[in-house]
Design a protein around this ligand. Structure first.
Ligand code: G
Ligand code: G
Ligand code: MN
Ligand code: NA
Length: 249
């Protein structure tokens, strides 16, 4: 179909871009990393959300080249920000590919970025179906020196069982769990219990979707060491990240 064709062309001609959203230290609110988020401005139509075109890329066999583009671009760009870590989203279709570890290794080598600065964010969907293979894939990725984070935790059928066995370096708590913590005590308790669980397993926790100072204060108190959300910064172009870094240098 037309959307798929346009997407194919966008990948081939490099018409996809990346936005970068600040990740901040929960105690100091200093930016210590960014998450890369892919953007597509479809000619004649305007912006299309990755929530729409990533699934299309998955079913049409485009996810590998799209994923490769995003990872390479993010690592290349992050090389100019030695003080920042870089997080990159990995879709189930990429993660499932047996060659995924090889292409991560290839990009690390090609871009010469320090592997320990790179975090791959994986959503939970696929893991439940294939726990054994998931564990192996995560181990292989970690042996490259990159970090692996569980993204969107609490948004789906998260099971505490695999939190430990999969060896995640970090958990990112989904913004749906964060939204109402300052107005709804039940939500607050669920959030606190979730963070406490991760901390009991010694896994550091990032909270997403922080939009107010009140939320930021509460989340730090509850034990999150890293925060992300519009309160600190929306996804922005690389030049704006440069400006933020300039201001504090
Ligand atoms: O940035 P935004 O709110 O538009 O992202 C919407 C969704 O798309 C989020 O779930 C986000 O994780 C996902 N997403 C954004 N960029 C990428 C990417 O480069 N790769 C993958 N697989 N998912 C992405
Ligand atoms: O699934 P993932 O966590 O990768 O999704 C990141 C998405 O969340 C991005 O598309 C980004 O635009 C969005 N996002 C980031 N911070 C906030 C926030 O504070 N509020 C809302 N509503 N969305 C956010
Ligand atoms: Mn993410
Ligand atoms: Na998320």
């Amino acid at each position: 179909n037309a959307l798929e064709l346009d997407l194919r062309m966008a990948i081939e001609s490099g018409d996809l871009t990346l936005a970068y959203q600040p990740l901040v230290d929960a105690a100091t609110h200093e930016m210590n990393g960014v998450e890369a988020l892919v953007r597509w401005n479809r000619p004649g139509h305007g912006p299309v959300s990755p929530e729409v075109f990533i699934p299309i890329a998955e079913t049409s066999g485009l996810i590998e080249s799209l994923g490769l583009f995003v990872l390479r671009k993010a690592c290349e760009t992050a090389k100019q920000w030695p003080e920042l870590k870089i997080s990159v989203n990995v879709s189930p279709g990429q993660f499932r590919n047996p060659a995924f570890t090889d292409y991560v290794r290839y990009v690390l080598k090609q871009t010469e970025i320090e592997a320990s600065r790179v975090t791959l964010e994986i959503t939970e969907g696929y893991m439940i179906q294939n726990p054994q293979r998931t564990r192996q894939s995560i181990e292989r990725l970690k042996s490259l020196g990159v970090k692996v984070a569980l993204d969107d935790f609490g948004s789906g059928f998260s099971s505490i069982g695999y939190l430990r066995q999969f060896g995640f370096d970090r958990i990112k708590i989904d913004r749906s769990l964060v939204t109402d913590i300052t107005t709804d005590s039940r939500q607050r308790e669920m959030l606190q219990a979730t963070v406490a669980l991760a901390r009991a397993l010694d896994i550091p926790v990032t909270a997403e979707g922080i939009e107010t100072e009140e939320q930021a204060i509460a989340l730090r108190l509850f034990g999150c060491d890293c925060l992300q959300g519009y309160f600190f910064g929306k996804p922005m172009v690389a030049d704006q990240i440069n400006d933020l870094l300039q201001e504090r240098r």
